[in-house]
Design a protein around this ligand. Structure first.
Ligand code: UTP
Length: 275
């Protein structure tokens, strides 16, 4: 059995890029064709052998909890019809996973959201999925690939991908030494650098494995860009001790936190399902 048993989903952000759609609906519930983004993330975690799902929510995010619960009235209504099949995937998830939730009361950044999740994780290494990064792979899912890597390196791991140089300002960007094919020992990380300040074009995307001490590290990290607690700044402290691996995963990522990425993912998925 995998040593990574829990996956944290920070899902408290406002999702302002999707207003007005996200005024009262969580961004994580936006569907790619018929399945909400967060369900793809939970399925990826399950494929990696993880069954404890911890979600950091906030105001207006109750639909996430309802999604991973029984809807008696609806299920009664469609019982015996061919529509029953459409709920099979959520039933499977509910049978195999345990969900726990906590709320981030003030949105003080991703690092802060992860710290809020400490109460659900405890003191053990864990995975983090940002559900708006929707990843498609042909073989193992991205988290499965990363869990395998954790068994070897036993330290924090960030998923990275090459981005166009004029887009580095949207990501945490790493500088590192190649250890093996697609695997970097991270030396330095910069949050949202301008292209001229970026140490590389290798950007961190929304999949992490974090070592058990990360909460202490976040607590000791001063607020960074925009006064927010950035996970990149905390990881930078671990990187200085050689304890962060950057992994260029196999697969394709869609940035579904942006309208363009969301539409692209929708078209791609629809075409692959219907063709
Ligand atoms: P984003 O940077 O995409 O921010 O957060 P956002 O608020 O969700 O969306 P926009 O930019 O306003 O459109 C990255 C991830 O971190 C979570 C978000 O839910 C998202 O999964 N997050 C961010 C929190 O949980 N809490 C925060 O305080 C900030």
């Amino acid at each position: 059995m995998s040593v990574i048993k829990k996956c944290l989903f920070p899902a408290a952000g406002y999702g302002t890029r999707f207003l007005p759609a996200t005024k009262s609906m969580p961004k994580e519930m936006l569907p790619i064709v018929t399945k909400p983004l967060i369900q793809y993330g939970v399925e990826e975690a399950m494929d990696a052998g993880i069954s404890e799902i911890a979600i950091v929510t906030g105001r207006g995010k109750r639909a996430i909890e309802d999604h991973f619960d029984i809807s008696y009235e609806l299920e009664h209504q469609i019982a015996g019809s061919d529509k029953e099949e459409l709920l099979q995937s959520t039933r499977d998830i509910m049978e195999r996973c345990i969900f726990s939730y906590t709320r981030q009361v003030e949105m003080k950044g991703l690092g802060h959201a992860i710290l809020v999740g400490e109460t659900l994780i405890g003191r053990e290494p864990f995975a983090v999925v940002l559900a708006d990064d929707y990843c498609i792979t042909e073989g193992d899912g991205v988290l499965t690939q990363m869990v395998k890597l954790y068994e070897k390196y036993q330290c924090s791991i960030v998923a990275i991908e090459e981005v166009p140089e004029d887009e580095t300002y949207r990501y945490g960007v790493i500088e590192g030494d190649l250890e093996e094919d697609n695997i970097y020992r991270v030396r330095n990380m910069v949050e949202k650098p301008a292209p001229e300040d970026a140490p590389s074009n290798l950007a961190i995307i929304g999949r992490y494995i974090l070592s058990a001490d990360i909460f202490d590290v976040i607590r000791n990290t001063p607020p960074g860009k925009n006064g927010e607690m950035q996970i990149t700044d905390a990881l930078q402290l671990q990187a200085q001790q050689g304890k962060v691996i950057g992994y260029r995963f196999t697969g394709r990522r869609f940035d579904c936190g942006s309208v363009d990425g969301f539409i692209e993912a929708t078209n791609f998925t629809y075409q692959s399902q219907s063709g």
